[in-house]
Ligand binder design. Structure first.
Ligand SMILES: NC(=O)c1ccc[n+]([C@@H]2O[C@H](COP(=O)([O-])OP(=O)(O)OC[C@H]3O[C@@H](n4cnc5c(N)ncnc54)[C@H](OP(=O)(O)O)[C@@H]3O)[C@@H](O)[C@H]2O)c1
Length: 250
């Protein structure tokens, strides 16, 4: 049946017009897809990442964004990354690499590096951003399927992302009425996995796709759509939203 109600008024199309969305990790993969979808809903974007050229290209590809070059795992960087930002509506942190190796292949520096990237850096960035966020605004962190579904290697990453989930629940209370949520992606086709899997990528993707209830691996846009829900639904907080094609259950 035809309706005269404009599609833009549907709750799934909540406008982000006039709202500022900062994405740490916004120059590639999931973060870049979040940027593109948020821009479609009218957001003003701030993209943060380490590589200035990648950031420039990303900003151009989404039709413009403020760019901040910073390393979330560097000791002082997260505390100063928003020093020129007056206010924020939403902070999304997707920055991260993947160190999926056996425990015995981690030296002490590697262990500290993972924790700096996944925990210390994001916590400091949140400290810096919290005073800028409006009530009802949001923070979205990034966990991974690995936190609840071990794969035989990656105990260190599993520990780090499980801690991200604990932080999400705790900060949802501590920072209220700012909302705090996390996404937990399964296998998503991004440049991160190009790098991690190299020539084995299509074989690994085919095998994973065959085992998943969705019969395909994820796209960055699948995760971005979930992030946009967390940004725009004002009644969701303390939530870990799994976007894994059912991968936890197989
Ligand atoms: N793809 C998957 O299957 C998957 C599954 C589960 C979880 N995840 C997680 O989802 C997040 C996004 O992954 P992705 O696949 O979209 O990766 P991606 O395509 O490699 O994008 C990562 C983004 O984070 C930035 N970044 C990385 N390290 C950073 C740092 N120390 N400081 C600031 N920015 C940093 C990168 O830019 P620069 O390199 O220029 O800094 C880039 O913009 C990661 O945390 C990843 O672990 C991914």
């Amino acid at each position: 049946m035809h309706s005269d109600i404009p599609v833009e008024t549907h709750p799934l199309y909540q406008s982000l017009s006039g709202q500022t969305v900062a994405i740490i990790g916004g120059s590639s993969g999931i973060g870049l897809a979040v940027a593109a979808q948020a821009k479609c809903l009218g957001a003003d974007l701030i993209l943060v990442a380490r590589d200035a050229e990648k950031l420039r290209n990303a900003a151009a590809s989404v039709g413009g964004a403020t760019q901040i070059v910073a390393d979330i795992s560097a000791t002082a960087a997260p505390l100063s990354m928003f020093r020129d930002v007056a206010s924020l509506d939403h902070l999304v942190i997707t920055a991260g690499t993947a160190r999926l190796l056996p425990l015995k292949e981690h030296g002490a520096d590697d262990l500290h590096g993972v924790m700096a990237e996944r925990l210390v850096g994001p916590l400091l960035a949140i400290q810096a951003a919290a005073p800028l966020l409006r009530p009802g605004g949001s923070i979205t962190l990034t966990s991974a399927q690995l936190s609840s579904r071990p794969i035989g290697i990656g105990a260190v990453m599993a520990a780090a992302v499980a801690a991200v989930e604990a932080i999400t629940r705790a900060l949802a209370l501590e920072l209220a009425p700012v909302r705090v949520n996390a996404i937990a992606p399964g296998m998503i086709d991004t440049p991160l996995l190009d790098h991690l899997l190299g020539d084995n990528k299509s074989q690994v993707f085919d095998g994973t796709a065959a085992s998943l209830p969705t019969r395909r691996v994820g796209l960055p846009e699948d995760v971005a759509q979930a992030v946009l829900l967390l940004l725009t639904n004002g009644f969701i907080t303390g939530e870990i939203l799994h976007v894994d094609g059912g991968g936890r259950w197989v």
